[in-house]
Write a protein that binds this ligand. Structure first.
Ligand code: URA
Length: 236
């Protein structure tokens, strides 16, 4: 187990490990055998398993209590997250915080992460703004070992996929969030797994009323988590 940061550092500095990470094009070779959260975070900071490290400012690793009972998984950090080095701190994150507050869940008690840990973007036509670009399968696949390691450390009781990228990466490529949002999904990843929309889809709503309605549905999906937590506490 990597208890010290220096141990984690020596793990990634092995040239054979670096070569292996490049050869397999996933982060798998970078994951220590019995990782701690701190070790994962430290090693992930140097991840070059796909090319997104070249244009992203930094790795945006998951954040929250490693003992959290709820884990939220989004797609990838956005512009603000890329600069801050923290997930869900931009406009979509604020919306998530509001929805959590409405159902009585404290953000401090949850773990929040993304399927891809670097911001993928293209410049807008004037070259002034960075526009989010959906990650490719190869990038999701390259990053997947980090997410699996986070799941292994946190061992959430409730796993919530935010949006199609997270849901399809974790629950299968044919999973439809539109059809199955808010449903309990059979999965070995956690005792209770649900998927809902990504909060950024609410931000894209065309007018005030549709945004209000979409937010209401999002809150209703998140409300379903609360009894699951109670159930899992009883079972423990
Ligand atoms: N969107 C995501 O999927 N994740 C973030 O961290 C921010 C926006």
């Amino acid at each position: 187990m990597f208890k010290e940061n220096s141990e984690a550092q020596s793990f990634i500095s092995t040239p054979a490990m670096k070569r292996e990470a490049i050869k397999t094009a996933t982060a798998a070779a970078l994951i220590p055998p019995h990782p701690t959260f701190q070790a994962l975070r430290k090693i992930a900071a140097n991840c070059k398993a796909c090319d997104l490290w070249k244009t992203g400012t930094q790795t945006v690793f998951g954040e929250g209590s490693p003992h959290a009972r709820i884990m939220f998984v989004g797609e990838q950090p956005g512009d603000r997250e890329d600069l801050a080095g923290r997930p869900f701190v931009g406009p979509a994150g604020k919306l998530l915080d509001q929805a959590l507050a409405q159902v009585g869940i404290d953000r401090a008690n949850v773990y929040v992460t993304n399927v891809v840990k670097h911001f993928k973007w293209v410049p807008d036509e004037r070259g002034k703004r960075r526009i989010h670009k959906k990650p490719r399968y190869s990038e999701i696949n390259a990053c997947r070992p980090w997410l699996d390691a986070e799941l292994g450390v946190v061992k959430p009781q409730v796993l919530v996929c935010l949006g199609a990228t997270a849901a399809q990466a974790l629950l299968g490529k044919d999973f439809s969030v539109t059809r199955r949002r808010g449903e309990l999904v059979e999965s070995g990843l956690a005792p209770y797994v649900i998927a809902t929309v990504h909060p950024s889809s609410i931000l894209r709503a065309g007018d005030h009323e549709s945004r209000r309605l979409q937010m209401e549905s999002f809150v209703e999906d998140l409300r379903k988590i609360v009894p699951l937590l109670k159930k899992s506490r009883k079972a423990a």
